[in-house]
Each structure stands twice: as structure tokens, then as C-alpha cells.
Design a protein around this ligand. Structure first.
Ligand code: HEC
Length: 485
């Protein structure tokens, strides 16, 4: 009985060696039909591989148990379990090899995994042989140890293919990588090629997990410009100048539920900006060596380039400003739907607003105030004529740090509220107080506003003495009053 086992195991070992020689010569299918089929069969590999690993460690557990408690585990059970392990390992290996035949994995990528898995099969067969003949227990232990070591290597190598090297997440590597990244981004700005600095990072992030050095789904690699031109099984992926005809652009613009959509729907998608940039880049037919400086980007792309490349304080500021103005414009739109006409966008800048209190009539002022609060910092002009300016409004407006034009003509306010209102507003340039109760006592409230260029005070309570005092306070300003003509 044992003799028969020994012979059949010897036969298996021979077959395995033939396999070992065989896999050297077989490469992935060129044919699409077979690659689809093998992709399917191969997809069982990740499922199956847990079997031989689990079973083998169970065998090891039983071996150990039999050391601690003599004769606790019958040898036939260990032998039987090892046989099952062996069969499951052969199935797993076959599915894995078929997965490789389906394409998408380079030879170099899988070499270590494949050969160490074969070595595991061989080593397992040798263990079966030693255990079956039961002549020298030391051989049993040796071959069990070797089998375990080889299995660990094969498992690790397989894990690296699908999940990357776990050591890549080791803290020291992460810190080194980060330092390197900073270095690289500065470098990229310096070398300044659009392809390297702007296109590759997008592809690296969103495509190369499946179309890179290690895997080439659809036989497509996207890691170099030449590889893009060459394309995959359906031919060129990039046609410079023809974005509609370029497979890569076609695929990223497909609806999310289309099975041909890239990246596949369950993977991280391109942002709208990234998709727009790639589209622009392809249609602009830029050669690989085109530098960033040599070209003036359309406004939209310029903004994208800034948002990606900017390492300089100016660029960072621009990035922050862009996010801020986007946020402000959203708040403005919200305000506008609730209180149409109160605020308008200023021509002075993108996210600057002008308030006109004429349209305030009929609204609940307290709710307008709270809605306006987040936008007060971005008011550049306040028109508040023929209205009462109470303490609540004065308080709110006093925080309007960049207001340049303040028109209070024919409005009414208390001394304290005017003082409060004018206590900050450091950028104030033009003030209109026509027809108000403005008087000599309030002249001091203007004092700190050295940037005032024009102030209109006709029809106020201001006396000639007060007027002279104001001239002293604001020597450079144009003061229009009943005394100035
Ligand atoms: C999760 C893996 C995965 C990611 C990520 C991915 N692809 Fe694919 N891609 C595939 C697979 C699988 C195929 C082959 C099946 C097919 O053609 O749909 C493919 C095929 C393609 C093809 C057709 C190649 C040919 O000639 O047959 C193009 C073009 C393509 N991908 C572009 C992209 C682009 C561009 C990205 C990134 C924006 C991307 N892919 C990201 C898996 C991926």
C-alpha cells in the first residue's frame, strides 16, 4: 500500500518538474476569446488560494499536537489531510496559471509567485513522500519546515501582486516616500514637462493600477507616452489632436453604468477637472516634451494647473482663494435666492459683492442680517440711503473689513452707531453722508480713516469749524461740503 503511494507520489513529482519546465514556454493568450475565458476561470484563484494555506497550517497544527501529546493524532489523518492540501494546491496553482494566461500580468511580475508556488507543490509532495514512508522522522520535520517557508514566500509574493508590498506601508518607507514626493514635485516644476508633471500623475492615480508596468489589462500600458500611442488590444489609445477618436478619452466619458467605462465604476473615478484636462491635452496634440512654460493654458486649464502644481506661496494662495471664492459664490447664490436684488456681484472682483438696501423693504431684517453674515467680509460697497441704521446693522457692517464705498445719504443713525460703524472699515475710500445729521461731534469718528479719498457732507449739521477740523484730519482727501465751494 505504502509502496503504491510512494510510486504515485514520485510520479507526481516528475509531473511537477515537467510543469516547471512547461510554464517557461507558455505565455498569455493573444486571442481575445481565450483571454476572456481564462479571465473567468482565473478569477477563482483568489478564492481557492485560502484552501491550501489553511489546510497546510492545519497539518502543521496536528504535527505539533502529536509532539506534545504522543499518539494523540493518528498518522493516517495527517497523511489524508496533507493529500487534500495537495489537491487543493494543484487546483489553486492551475487557476492562478490560467489567470496569468488571460493576460494583464507581466512575466516579471508573477515570476516569484509562480515559481515559489510550484516549489510549494514540490515540497508538499516530498513531505507526503517522507511522511508516507515514515522511515526518518527528521526528514518529515525538515520537509515540513521547508514547505512552510516556501508557502510563506509564495503567499507574500502573491499578496504583493494584488495588494502591493505590505512593507510599503511601513512607517519608515512612508516618511521616506513623502520626503521624496516633495522633492519630486519641486523637480517636476523645474523640469516642467506637461506630460510628466500633469498627465502622468492623473494616469498614475487612476489608471496605472491596471494599465501600468505590472499589469496591462486589455494589453494596454499607460505608463509612457509611447505606450499610449501604441495602445492595447484595440489599437492606439491616444490620437494626439483627436480627443473624440482617442480610446482613452472615449472610455472615460462613457456613462458610469457602461461596462467599458474607465476607470471601472467601482474604482476611484477621475474628477471633472482631471477629465477635462486630459481631454484638452489630447485635443491640443502636445508632444511629450512640451514644457509648461512654453504654453499659455486656456483659463480653465490654467486654474487646474495652478491647483496641482502650485508650490509657491502665490500658487498656494491662489488655491486657497479659489476654494474660498467658490464657497462664497455658493453662499451668494443661496442668499440671492432668498433675498433677490439685495446683493449684486461687483465688477471689481469675482467674489466681491455690493449691498443695496433699497430692496430691503418687506424682508425681516434680522434674518437678512444672519444670512448676510458669512458674506460681510466680501462686501466692497454698501448703499444705505434713506434708511434707519440701527445698532444691529452698525455692528454687522463694522466687521465689513474691505468696504471701500459707504453711501449713507439721507439715512439716520445715532452718534454711537456711526462711531461703531466707522470704528473699523480700514479700506474706506468714498463716504457719502449727504442729508444726514452728521455734526461736529462726529468728526473724530472719521479721523482714523486715512485712506478716504472723497467724503460728501453737503446738507449736514457740520459747522465751518468742524469742516476745518476735518481738513486737518484728512489732508489728502476731497471734502465736499456746504463750505467747500
Ligand atoms: C481596475 C482596473 C482598471 C483601471 C483602474 C482602469 N482600467 Fe482600463 N481596462 C481595464 C480592463 C479589465 C480592460 C479590458 C476590458 C475592456 O476593454 O473593457 C481595460 C481596457 C481599457 C482600454 C481598452 C484597451 C484596448 O485596447 O482594449 C482603455 C483605452 C482603457 N482601459 C483606458 C483606461 C483609462 C484611461 C483608465 C484611467 C482613467 C483606466 N483604463 C483604468 C481595467 C482598468
Amino acid at each position: 500500500m505504502i509502496q503504491l503511494r510512494v510510486r504515485s507520489i514520485a510520479g507526481i513529482v516528475i509531473i511537477l518538474f515537467v510543469c516547471f519546465a512547461g510554464v517557461q514556454w507558455v505565455g498569455p493568450f493573444e486571442d481575445d476569446y481565450w483571454s476572456v475565458i481564462s479571465d473567468f476561470v482565473g478569477s477563482f484563484h483568489p478564492l481557492l488560494l485560502h484552501l491550501p494555506i489553511g489546510l497546510w497550517f492545519a497539518v502543521c497544527g496536528l504535527l505539533l499536537a502529536s509532539v506534545f501529546v504522543r499518539d494523540s493524532v493518528p498518522r493516517s489523518i495527517v497523511y489524508g489531510l496533507t493529500l487534500v492540501t495537495f489537491v487543493s494546491a494543484i487546483l489553486t496553482f492551475s487557476a492562478g496559471f490560467i489567470l496569468y494566461l488571460g493576460g494583464g500580468y507581466g512575466r516579471a511580475t508573477i515570476a516569484l509567485h509562480m515559481y515559489s508556488s510550484l516549489a510549494f507543490l514540490v515540497s508538499l509532495a516530498i513531505f507526503l513522500f517522507c511522511y508516507g514512508t515514515a522511515k526518518r522522522p527528521s526528514f518529515e520535520w525538515l520537509s515540513a519546515g521547508v514547505t512552510t517557508a516556501v508557502l510563506l514566500i509564495a503567499g507574500h509574493a502573491g499578496g504583493v501582486i494584488t495588494h502591493g508590498d505590505p512593507l510599503d506601508r511601513a512607517p519608515w518607507r512612508i516618511f521616506a516616500e513623502r520626503a521624496n514626493q516633495e522633492f519630486k514635485s519641486v523637480d517636476a516644476v523645474a523640469s516642467g514637462r506637461i506630460f510628466d508633471s500633469l498627465v502622468v500623475p492623473i494616469l498614475e492615480d487612476k489608471c496605472m493600477a491596471c494599465h501600468g508596468v505590472e499589469r496591462a489589462k486589455g494589453k494596454l500600458k499607460m505608463n509612457t507616452y509611447a505606450a499610449l500611442l501604441k495602445g492595447g488590444s484595440k489599437g492606439a489609445c491616444l490620437l494626439p489632436g483627436d480627443s473624440a477618436g482617442s480610446l482613452m478619452i472615449q472610455r472615460i466619458n462613457l456613462p458610469l453604468d457602461d461596462t467599458k467605462r474607465m476607470p471601472p465604476a467601482d474604482k476611484e473615478q477621475l474628477s471633472l477637472d482631471e477629465a477635462a484636462f486630459l481631454d484638452w491635452w489630447v485635443s491640443a496634440a502636445l508632444p511629450e516634451e512640451q514644457s509648461i512654460e512654453s504654453i499659455s493654458f486656456p483659463t480653465e486649464q490654467e486654474a487646474y494647473v495652478q491647483s496641482i502644481m502650485g508650490d509657491s506661496p502665490v500658487a498656494i494662495q491662489a488655491r486657497v482663494a479659489k476654494a474660498r471664492s467658490k464657497d462664497l459664490l455658493l453662499k451668494y447664490a443661496d442668499f440671492q435666492t432668498r433675498y433677490p436684488g439685495l446683493l449684486v456681484q461687483s465688477v471689481v472682483g469675482e467674489a466681491l459683492f455690493e449691498l443695496n438696501a433699497v430692496s430691503l423693504l418687506g424682508y425681516d431684517e434680522a434674518s437678512v442680517r444672519s444670512a448676510l453674515e458669512p458674506l460681510v467680509d466680501s462686501l466692497i460697497r454698501i448703499d444705505w440711503n434713506r434708511r434707519q441704521l440701527d445698532t444691529a446693522w452698525a455692528k454687522l457692517f463694522s466687521t465689513a473689513a474691505i468696504v471701500e464705498v459707504l453711501n449713507l445719504s439721507d439715512s439716520s443713525f445715532s452718534d454711537e452707531d456711526l462711531l461703531l460703524l466707522l470704528s473699523k472699515m480700514p479700506e474706506l475710500k468714498k463716504v457719502n453722508l449727504t442729508g444726514t445729521e452728521f455734526s461736529d461731534e462726529q468728526v473724530d469718528s472719521i479721523r482714523a480713516h486715512s485712506k478716504i479719498e472723497t467724503i460728501v457732507l453737503t446738507g449736514t449739521q457740520l459747522s465751518e469749524v468742524g469742516y476745518q477740523k476735518l481738513i486737518n484730519h484728512l489732508p489728502g482727501a476731497e471734502i465736499i461740503s456746504d463750505y467747500s465751494m
